[in-house]
Design a binder for this molecule. Structure first.
Ligand SMILES: C[S@@+](CC[C@H](N)C(=O)[O-])C[C@H]1O[C@@H](n2cnc3c(N)ncnc32)[C@H](O)[C@@H]1O
Length: 932
């Protein structure tokens, strides 16, 4: 257990985390090292406690303690590849850090970090980063915990290191939330969840307000609670209730409302935040102490975008374990917002230079822009959009000599829909905080305070289902009032607030990161939502990802607001395979197009050892002749006329499944599917036994699934032709196996399997076998190879259904399949599962453009394939996996592939292609010709 944890609850919580063998996430680590910093300094124990706080297992610590794995040459603790820590005499931290850096052992063990402390001063450095070393008071070292997150397998981005406050506040609020729910279980029920969420939002506001002089007096909120509530916490809820009551009562009504004198110091806040029930949950002593402690944090440092996304996890039972570690980083949000409209505003600002008139026009334009996120979570896209627009406006004001001018950008122009209650609450709060922070930054504290209270009573974040609500009612076209709904459009009484957009006549930008879920994983509710969104194209609801619902809703919305432009983060699957060929023609038919896009990139977050999901960004707008921008992960931007459904420049076509090859290539079939409960398979020993017997020898075949193909594993199966079944049964082992297969199939829930219970000697689905040879292609393979891992096997092998096969096909087919051209085609038109290619014969092979091949072409390709096979042979017994590992691929094999590419590309195009984009563009052009 982590050393120095004081509170029972914390101990319990962390112990549970450990029991689950989960790697610690950033919040947990922050919590553990904060606890460590609060303990009296123990020079001997510190290095181990520090490493433990970063999730090192007890066995690892034990080995370091015993010296077995401790490589330090300075009497400290040196963990290979990680960190060299030394504690020292008072006043010697700087000297010790220098010694750690210079230590040969640090170099030899490739220590990434060095850390020295005497319990008063703390110094550390990341030797692999350009960031300056940390030098701070020992008690403050948790402020820098982000620096060390790589120790826990968490790759940090700079921004996260700068978000220590948000992580810390999340962890403290989480503790309070859990504690309150433990003491007030009824507040966790569906009926009271909203009250609980609203209560937390009020608290967060008060913590922020007391640190930013919105409340006048030192930590007024927590100081009042500390003073006025009993130490045993029995009346804490009443005291808080009185404060909330005051904040909901206008100053002139205070006397009549019997507000106690000690609560009178609080301003009137309302803005719906303090209206309604002022019920407060009961506080235990621990909860009270948590609350007072949280108030002591420096809430001026809050980043409303990051904090909001983190804190929302607190209210979700299943998310709490990850504590907001899946939040969207600001650079990723800017990948959406910059091309959507911010880049353009900045360009106009540059053009305007110091021209007061042009600057004024730009300011007017900005003040009319509406930003709408229909899956806004805790409002991070809206907050960033707001902050960036304020920055541009501030620059305009500066150039116009009006630096402390009040903003013209109304918060009401930032709107969102969010399904869950707590994030919706937090989104609104986050926007309010962002507005205040921007006012302080650009106009000054005094001016910010003047305008801040009371809060605006309008609610621009709607808690509801974006696929059921009419977006027009939340973000209406210019000139219309806004009806806000708290729930389903059709079930909600229309007696809600109506809010007009301020500054009529502006542009509308829709943005966000709506939820993704493949069609197989959608629950009934989501399926129904999607069906409703795609009501005019029911087929799409069946096959596409849940995120496509937001595209459908945008298309509907754009009929009324034709200029609206939208940009969504989405799973890359909507621009691949069947989904791409279904969704994008509908978009095109409605006069819309991809205005800009970001090719697939990994959406990493703060979860430890996180692989991330692969996403794209698509920006949609009315068709226009303007050039489109395609952003690559390499930072390059391509300008083009059209961005096609596969995010390929100037390739508007979609590829549709074909049952037969479009060109002269051979037919590719599925492998064979046994559906046998595993009973037709033999151990090597059993196979040997049957093979030794001439009567049963012919029933044993080598079986090739994808693992066998790629990793060279040996596997055998029984393969008995229909006419041989009786004879085969005379062998006891075979008879026993066939009985097991029959039994297994009889019990199958699938009718199609049960139908084969009486034919247990055979596979259920037999697509084909070869006489002489088969070219075998795995259905799924890693994209981290430069070529598809294809092989040629002898005809007696049985190809399993994890592969595709070309039986007795001419060898030149293989030259095409292993070519870079084909790799690029498959990577584009077929589906990718995370970082894997999912091969498809109908979508990838049959559609692959193959020109008419002359005899010479064929024999060149045959020879080229043979050269590859010979190169492989030279490295026998290396497996395909070993040979095609991009990092260690043998030079001669790579050369044979290079030559093959040369041969293929010269046949196709008469030249070597410049790069993969060149390949794709040329292939699409061929495809267009082939289908024409
Ligand atoms: C991937 S998150 C993005 C949220 C936020 N922008 C972020 O980056 O953290 C998707 C959000 O959509 C919300 N959501 C899911 N289904 C929804 C629906 N049908 N209508 C509105 N919001 C929905 C989820 O609750 C979640 O907050």
């Amino acid at each position: 257990m982590l050393r120095g944890l004081r509170h029972e609850a914390r101990v319990k919580w962390l112990r549970t985390a450990r029991k689950k063998c989960r790697s610690l996430n950033a919040v947990e680590i922050e919590e553990a090292i904060s606890a460590l910093a609060e303990q009296p300094f123990d020079a001997q124990e510190f290095p181990f406690a520090f490493l433990e706080a970063f999730g090192n297992k007890p066995t690892t610590i034990k080995r370091l303690r015993s010296g077995v794995s401790n490589k330090s040459d300075l009497g400290g603790v040196l963990q290979t590849n990680n960190i060299h820590i030394a504690t020292c005499q008072p006043g010697e931290a700087t000297k010790t850090l220098a010694a750690l850096k210079a230590s040969p052992a640090s170099t030899k063990a490739k220590a990434r970090f060095v850390l020295a402390t005497d319990g008063v001063d703390f110094e550390a450095e990341d030797l692999e980063s350009d960031d300056p070393p940390v030098a701070c008071a020992y008690r403050d070292f948790p402020d820098h915990f982000g620096l060390f997150l790589p120790l826990a397998g968490i790759t940090t981005v700079k921004q996260v290191r700068e978000s220590s406050f948000d992580i810390r506040a999340t962890s403290r609020l989480n503790r309070l939330y859990v504690e309150l729910l433990e003491d007030n279980p009824e507040w966790g029920t569906a009926e009271r969840r909203h009250d609980m969420n609203h209560f937390m939002a009020r608290l967060i506001f008060c913590f922020f307000a007391q640190r930013t002089d919105i409340f006048i007096g030192d930590d007024l909120f927590t100081a009042t609670i500390e003073q006025m509530s009993a130490r045993d916490s029995s009346n804490t809820h009443e005291v808080i209730g009185e404060l909330f009551h005051a904040m909901n009562t206008k100053i002139e009504n205070r006397a009549a409302a019997n507000i106690p004198r000690w609560a009178d110091a609080f301003p009137y806040v309302n803005g719906e935040l303090f209206s309604g029930s002022i019920d407060v949950p009961h506080f235990s002593r621990i909860a009270r102490s948590y609350l007072l402690h949280i108030g002591g944090l420096d809430w001026t440092k809050i980043n409303p975008d990051i904090f909001g996304s983190m804190i929302q996890a607190v209210a979700e039972d299943e998310e709490r374990g990850a504590l907001g570690m899946h939040y969207t980083s600001v650079p990723n949000i800017l990948k959406v917002l910059n091309p959507l409209f911010l880049d353009d505003l900045r360009a106009r600002l540059r053009e305007a230079a110091d021209n007061p008139r042009t600057l004024l026009n730009l300011r007017k334009r900005i003040s009319r822009i509406r930003v709408f996120d229909p899956a806004c979570g805790s409002g991070n896209f809206l907050v960033i959009a707001y902050k960036e627009m304020r920055a541009i406006e501030a620059e305009i004001n500066k150039r116009r000599g009006e630096a402390d001018r009040r903003t013209d950008i109304p918060l009401t122009n930032f709107r969102g829909i969010e399904l869950r209650d707590f994030p919706a609450e937090v989104a609104r709060l986050a926007l309010i905080i962002a507005e205040f922070q921007c006012d302080v930054l650009y106009r000054g504290q005094k001016e910010a305070l003047q305008d801040f209270l009371p809060l605006d009573a309008q609610n621009w974040i709607t808690c509801g289902n974006a696929l059921r609500l009419d977006w027009l009612s939340i973000c209406p076209p210019t000139g219309t009032g806004v009806k806000l709904h708290s729930d389903d459009l059709f079930n909600t009484p229309l007696d809600q607030a109506q809010i007009d957009f301020e500054n009529e006549g502006g542009e509308t930008y829709i943005c966000g990161n709506p939820p993704y879920r493949g069609s197989k994983w959608q629950d009934e509710g989501q399926k129904a939502d999607l069906a409703r969104a795609w009501s005019e194209h029911p087929q799409l609801a069946k096959t596409t990802d849940f995120v496509s619902g937001w595209i459908a809703a945008y298309l509907k919305y754009a009929r009324s607001v034709p200029d609206a432009i939208a940009a969504f983060v989405a799973t890359n699957s909507i621009c691949q395979g069947q989904q791409a060929s279904e969704i994008w023609p509908v978009v095109t038919r409605q006069g819309r197009e991809i205005r800009f896009a970001h090719t697939p990139f990994t959406w990493k977050n703060l979860a430890s050892h996180n692989a991330g999901v692969t996403v794209i960004i698509v920006g949609l707008g009315p068709r226009s002749s303007r050039s489109k921008r395609l952003f690559g992960d390499d930072g390059l931007v391509r300008e083009c006329e059209v961005i096609g459904p596969y995010l390929v420049p100037n390739m508007p076509d979609t590829i549709t499944k074909a049952n037969r090859p479009l060109g002269p290539q051979s037919t590719m079939l599925f492998g064979n599917m046994p559906r046998d409960g595993g009973h037709l398979f033999l151990t090597t020993q059993e196979a040997r036994q049957l093979r030794r017997n001439s009567a049963t020898n012919s029933y044993v075949r080598r079986f090739l699934g994808s693992d066998e193909l790629i990793n060279g594993k040996l596997r055998f199966c029984l393969w008995i032709e229909d006419g041989e079944a009786e004879a085969a049964r005379t062998d006891a082992l075979i008879a026993e196996r066939l009985a097991l297969v029959a039994d297994n199939r009889r019990r199958s829930p699938a009718e199609s399997t049960r139908a084969f219970a009486d034919l247990p000697h055979r596979f259920v689905q037999i697509a084909g076998t070869a006489r002489k040879s088969a070219i075998v292609v795995p259905r799924v393979s890693s994209e981290n190879r430069d070529y598809l891992p294809v092989d040629l096997v002898t005809g007696d092998c049985i190809i399993g259904d994890r592969n595709f096969a070309l039986y007795d096909a001419p060898l030149w087919n293989m030259a095409l399949i292993v070519s870079r051209l084909h790799w690029v085609w498959i990577g584009t038109v077929c589906v990718r599962m995370r970082t894997d290619f999912s091969y498809s014969n109908t979508l990838g092979w049959n559609t692959f453009p193959v020109p008419l091949l002359t005899e010479k072409n064929r024999s060149d390709l045959n020879r080229s394939t043979e050269n590859i096979l010979i190169a492989r042979e030279r490295h026998f017994p290396c497996t395909i996996a070993e040979l095609y590992d991009a990092k260690v691929m043998p030079d001669d094999l790579r050369e044979s592939h290079r030559q093959n590419d040369e041969v293929v590309e010269r046949i196709y195009f008469g030249r070597r292609m410049k790069n993969d984009t060149d390949r794709l563009e040329s292939l699409f052009a061929l495809y267009r010709k082939a289908v024409a």
